[in-house]
Design a protein around this ligand. Sequence first.
Ligand code: ATP
Length: 331
Amino acid sequence: MIEVRDLSRSYGALKAVDQVSFDIGRREIVGLLGHNGAGKTTIMKMLTGYLEPSAGSIRIDGQDIAAHRRAVQRKIGYLPENCPLYPDMTVLEHLDYQGALHGIANRARAAAIRRAIERTELGAKATATVATLSRGYRQRLGVAAALLHEPDVLILDEPTNGLDPSQIQHMRALIREQASHATVIISTHILQEVEAVCGRVLIMHAGRLAVDSPIGAIGATPRLRVTLDRDPGEVRGLLAELPGISAVSHVGDEDGRRGYALTTDDPDAAAPRVAAAVTGQGWALYGLERERYDLEALFGQIADGQAAAPFGELAGEQPGAAAPAREAAHV
Ligand code: ATP
């Protein structure tokens, strides 16, 4: 449904988005993650045709957005960051205006507005002016406007920002429901949100795509983490020879101790063998545990610039590779 190839956008010398490529299939829900300034909003603006790429291409439903911008935009519903609304309009007037902008014919518009209001539970505020709405209701109005024309692609920049816990649950249910007929991309800073609603995650880091993974694959390849005070050569010589260990990666040092990640199909069976081999050499064993490997851990590693090693392995690549994250991370 969405094909992005070598997409880049610069602001002067700053590469806000740098050679990003991915494909998103019909009815996928994809979470776009990354720290502040990672490039998420810039990607969303380019996907919606509001910002021109410096290089690269975007095709939506087979159509190149550069050549068919208007036609592509008709297929997209977009909730921008800090959703801009007209304060003097009522909820109904705002939706009617948005419906007209989307080209929804007069006779169909009332039904479309009713549907969008029901879905976002805005009924109680239908005649309230935007200026009097709480942040959560404004957010819901932004989502209602994005849904109005039944888009094939829904792009939501931080859709649960400002919502209370029950509204968040409702918004997540709404996003899941949309995926029965639309492709959904959401950007968020809430990792649980991605785990709760998305089938796949894209993680941006400094303009590059650092991770592209199905949610189910994160944590699917547990590793053993062992902490020693021995050099990588010695450690590899001992541990890589053990049955059931297919790779030994040096993943970082702390307080003079060296951390290694051991790839194994069965960490529980391998752990006693590792302990026996280490103590058999008379080495000190400072730590031996299953590596915590969930979305939060992965996100933290990306922030620390360590993502290529663990994710490379997750993605079935060589662990420890110093390749650019985008290449190491693709599944
Ligand atoms: P956040 O989570 O804070 O919303 P983001 O991942 O959405 O961040 P972007 O808004 O895409 O990040 O910004 C990416 C980079 O591009 C940042 O360094 C930002 O300062 C810069 N940037 C964005 N828009 C402009 C602009 N119009 N002019 C100059 N620099 C910009």
